[in-house]
Design a binder for this molecule. Structure first.
Ligand SMILES: Cc1cc2nc3c(=O)[nH]c(=O)nc-3n(C[C@H](O)[C@H](O)[C@H](O)COP(=O)(O)OP(=O)(O)OC[C@H]3O[C@@H](n4cnc5c(N)ncnc54)[C@H](O)[C@@H]3O)c2cc1C
Length: 382
């Protein structure tokens, strides 16, 4: 077997690269190798499906601005309603230092074209009367371009690209003369390849090692909880990020919530055991203190997924390896990869077709910063 492009991982990132290649009228052969086409443990399927403009790095703002426009266009492009709810993200600060961070981020975000408003406690209480705001020093609310959408719908759209899809596991990479020459599969088959794309999500480091390469990406577990609320707050609610790090948003008639766990070790590939105690010990106390409406709640469902966490700077690693030049990374999204899939898919497709980035320059997310130890730190990671 051979293919001009072999993509390891057929979830949101791998499928986005394949779709944009066809959108750019790439007429070479593309093979997507996916070990589990049910995506049961893929981050894509386990995601909270949010999209926001509130990042500290302007490139991440630009990436998400492209993402939200792309999602808005799904109906015209594919006839798919991705159920985008542009209710915004609401960041809360309860210290002067926290307010300074929101102001600094706001300056970056607005300069990058994002539609974010700063609210003091009085304005916050007027807008969201259910919230306890006595301790709040400042809030930042996305007025447009932020919210949540149908993750599997976006995947379904990207999977319309005409490519060869193999249900198999990449087990090895044969590197010769500074290039990935062939991709070895669990079935025993081998695919000679022109370009290899690592879109293996939390398995990114294992796949990189198959080519003798290192990437500082670890598996970090996040537990999401869905709950019923006896007296839900009124109105169109945003995704709120409490100063405690607990976040919550509406999900149909229920609410979806989670937190950044205080201890956040790397976990084993098969560790998807939800951390039940996070709800009782961290999430519920924070939510009940922020709103009386969240005092009487009942968890109805919960699941754990894995972040592909970049320990250098919590940002994606995108683009070619400097020495194994046909090995392309699309890894380390650290909890914001779903919304970045359109921009990253387009950028890598441009790189494959033309040898460079054409629309949005993703070079700052390149692998070189890892070699040089120069982090491009993203402060707004949920
Ligand atoms: C709980 C949780 C909440 C999140 N919330 C958000 C959010 O609100 N907004 C947001 O933008 N992002 C969010 N994310 C992050 C986002 O889901 C991921 O960044 C994104 O889905 C990454 O997509 P991916 O295709 O790289 O990885 P995955 O979806 O994990 O897909 C990788 C695929 O590669 C396959 N694979 C791996 N190794 C091999 C191999 N050797 N051979 C063949 N196939 C292989 C896997 O089977 C898998 O299907 C969240 C993640 C989690 C876990």
């Amino acid at each position: 077997m051979k293919a001009d492009v072999v993509i390891c991982g057929g979830a949101i990132i791998g499928s986005a690269v394949a779709w944009f290649l066809r959108d750019l009228e790439f007429d070479g052969t593309i093979t997507v190798v996916e070990r589990d086409p049910t995506f049961a443990q893929a981050s894509t399927a386990l995601s909270a499906s949010g999209i926001r403009q509130q990042f500290s790095d302007p490139l991440n703002v630009a990436i998400s601005r492209f993402g939200v426009d792309f999602i808005r266009g799904a109906q015209d492009r594919w006839g798919l309603d991705l159920n985008l709810r542009e209710n915004g993200y609401l960041y809360l600060a309860n210290t002067d230092a926290g307010a300074d961070v929101l102001r600094a981020n706001h300056t970056v975000q607005v300069a990058a074209g994002a539609d974010i408003a700063l609210l003091d406690a009085v304005a916050l209480a007027a807008r969201f009367p259910h919230l306890e705001v006595d301790d709040i020093t400042l809030a930042a609310l996305g007025r447009t371009g932020e919210g949540w959408f149908d993750n599997m719908g976006l995947l379904q759209g990207f999977r319309r690209a005409e490519v060869t899809r193999l249900t198999d596991t990449v087990t090895g990479l044969r590197v010769a003369r500074g290039k990935v020459a062939a991709v070895q599969l669990a079935s025993g088959d081998e695919i000679a390849c022109g370009v290899f794309v690592n879109a293996a999500g939390p398995a990114a480091a294992e796949v990189a090692r198959m080519a003798g390469l290192d990437i500082p990406v670890e598996r970090r577990k996040r537990t999401n909880f869905l709950f019923d609320c006896a007296k839900p707050p009124d109105g169109a609610l945003p995704l709120m990020i409490d100063p405690s790090g607990v976040w919550v948003r509406p999900e149909g008639g229920q609410f979806l919530t989670g937190c950044t766990p205080p201890a956040d070790p790397a976990v084993a590939p098969d560790d998807f055991d939800p951390r039940h105690q996070e709800f009782e010990e961290i999430i519920w106390p924070a939510l009940a203190a922020r709103s009386k409406n969240f005092e009487a709640v009942k968890v109805t469902r919960f699941w754990a997924g894995q972040y592909a966490y970049n320990t250098l700077d919590r940002n994606a690693v995108v683009g070619p390896h400097p020495e194994v030049a046909n090995f392309l990374f699309a890894n380390g999204f650290s909890g914001h990869g779903l919304q970045q899939a359109p921009a990253v898919g387009r950028a890598l497709a441009e790189w494959i077709v033309t040898g460079g980035y054409r629309s949005l320059d993703l070079a700052p997310l390149g692998y070189e910063r890892i070699v040089n130890g120069q982090p491009l730190t993203e402060r707004c990671v949920i």
